[in-house]
Design a protein around this ligand. Structure first.
Ligand code: TXE
Length: 485
């Protein structure tokens, strides 16, 4: 990989796309074309699968400690190269460099470290059939060649979240980062070579979803697909994958409630609400985009939230002080602006933001001011659809029942945040909130051992900890009968 050309990584080598097609890498900060990216087709996926096939048995049969050692080395190399990875990530996404440096790139290394350790503790069950003179063993084996398709919002963080467990369990991997953020994933190929990962075990395919992504889903050698992306794309992925009976894990969008009761730790709730609303410009599937506030503190919270939001520093992502960078692309920027227009049409009251921000020196950048609306009708589209930008709506509630009804009142069910110091209420609410992840008095604390995934339109399946290891393996029951005497 050179800085300007992002190639495929197949059989341990950076290679041109077989059909010679390219797409542009456009900076969301300057609006300029900063490089070109391989646009892969079925021919490239096939080459990747052929290289994986050559090594699939060797990798699957390598002693677990040896596999884990290689993954630990990849983690160390990510740390050693973090400065360059941080720069590429921030440039590709327009995300504040401080965020890439302190959260996302370190987490990519921890993903490898965590699954390198987890695989050494991954035991299978035995069930003794007492009275039948039989014992059942559960054997777990890798699936063979699996696909990991990841999005642009937390590029290396999510790419490694998928490939680390897939590799740890002994699979060969065909991985595709988003065409909008190809460079950090591409860099990992070189690090895998340095770490001694056998060639062909990890193949990184670049290109758009409709070309490279679709071909990955359709390739007959691929036995499972782990996908993170939008709900509409997830539907298409499921429609392609399900009739082929491949294993499928879908992590999709969210429209997450952030529920604030009057008995909360007010200052903490306020500070973290600013972060959970606008972190990464609201482009995290876990962002709390609907803020539900108990009536008795509504006015105060609204006023304080507006003041804190206005003080966020919008700026060039490469500046250490910047808190709000750009959206991912011109077309996503246009999509979010269309929601701002829709908010007007739906009769929302604008409390702050509501327009593009101009940053000196980056006049073509996709910046949008952090935006807060108040809106009565919770059925309006801005309250029901995932905007995936720095836009939140405020709602007041009087009772727990009302809060619950609002919280569960969208097609999504990814995450929820609950602010209260009442333990009874915590238990009542968490049992009834329809979300795969619920944070109480915090947000985005992610212990990698815990299950992660969504309910309803937010996805199917769980990843994280042993759930990831189970997804990337298949179990086989062996029932052994023995003579009692
Ligand atoms: O993501 P896509 P997009 C949401 C968010 C956003 C919307 C659309 O609301 O506005 O999705 O974003 C690959 N077969 N999220 O269009 O399309 C694609 O190349 C196989 C939430 O940018 O979901 C990329 O690698 N692959 C989300 C990945 O899918 C396909 C994070 C995700 O892209 C494909 C991102 C196909 N037919 C967006 N089409 C989250 N849950 O965190 C696309 N891809």
């Amino acid at each position: 990989m050179t800085e300007n050309t992002t190639l495929n990584f197949i059989n341990g080598q950076y290679t041109d796309p077989i059909k010679g097609q390219w797409i542009e890498n456009v900076s969301p900060v300057s609006g300029e074309v900063i490089g070109k990216i391989a646009q892969s087709t079925m021919e490239d996926i096939d080459a990747a699968c052929q290289s994986a096939k050559k090594v699939v048995d060797r990798w699957a049969n390598m002693p677990i400690e040896k596999r884990a050692e290689i993954l630990h080395r990849i983690a160390d190399l990510i740390d050693e190269n973090s400065q360059q990875l941080v720069k590429l990530e921030s440039e590709d996404c327009g995300k504040p460099i401080t965020r890439a440096r302190t959260i996302e790139i370190p987490r990519a290394a921890s993903n490898f470290r965590f699954f390198a350790a987890a695989i050494t503790q991954f035991a299978s069950e035995t069930h003794e059939s007492v009275g039948w003179n039989a014992i059942n063993l559960t054997l777990r084996s890798p699936l063979g060649i699996v696909a990991c398709i990841s999005p642009w919002n937390l590029p290396l963080y999510l790419f490694t979240w998928k490939i680390a467990p897939a590799l740890a369990t002994g699979n060969c991997v065909i991985a595709k980062p988003s065409e909008l953020t190809p460079r950090t994933a591409s860099f990992v190929g070189e690090l895998c070579n340095q770490a001694g990962l056998p060639k062909g075990v990890l193949n990184i395919i670049q290109g758009t979803g409709d070309s490279a992504g679709q071909a990955i889903l359709e390739h007959p050698e691929i036995k499972a697909v782990s996908f993170t992306g939008g709900t509409a794309t997830g539907k298409k992925v499921a429609a392609t994958v399900a009739p082929q009976f491949k294993k499928l894990s879908l992590e999709l969008g969210g429209k997450n409630p952030n529920i604030i009761f009057a008995d909360c730790d007010y200052d903490k709730a306020l500070a973290i609400t600013v972060y959970s609303s606008f972190g990464n410009q609201g482009q995290i599937c876990l962002c709390g985009s609907r803020i539900l506030i108990e009536e008795s503190i509504y006015e105060r919270f609204r006023k304080d939230l507006i003041a804190k939001t206005r003080s966020l520093k919008i700026g060039n992502p490469s500046d250490d002080e910047t808190e709000i960078g750009t959206l991912i692309s011109k077309s996503h920027f246009e999509k979010v602006l269309a929601y701002l227009k829709l908010a007007d049409e739906e009769g929302a009251t604008l409390l702050c933001g509501g327009k593009p921000a101009v940053v000196e020196g980056s006049e073509q950048g996709c910046f949008i001011e952090p935006t807060i609306y108040e809106i009565e009708n919770h059925q309006s589209r801005i309250c029901q659809e995932e905007i995936f930008g720095p836009v939140v709506t405020l709602h007041s509630f009087r009772t727990e029942e009302e809060a619950l009804q609002l919280a569960n009142g969208t097609p999504y069910g990814l995450s929820a945040t609950l602010w209260t110091t009442d333990l009874d209420r915590t238990m009542r609410m968490t049992r009834q909130i329809e979300s795969g992840v619920i944070w109480v008095n915090s947000w985005l604390m992610r212990d990698l051992r815990t299950p992660f995934g969504g309910m309803k339109a937010s996805g199917v399946g769980r990843e994280g900890g042993f759930d990831s290891l189970r997804f990337f393996t298949q179990s086989k029951n062996v029932c052994i009968s023995y003579r009692a005497k």
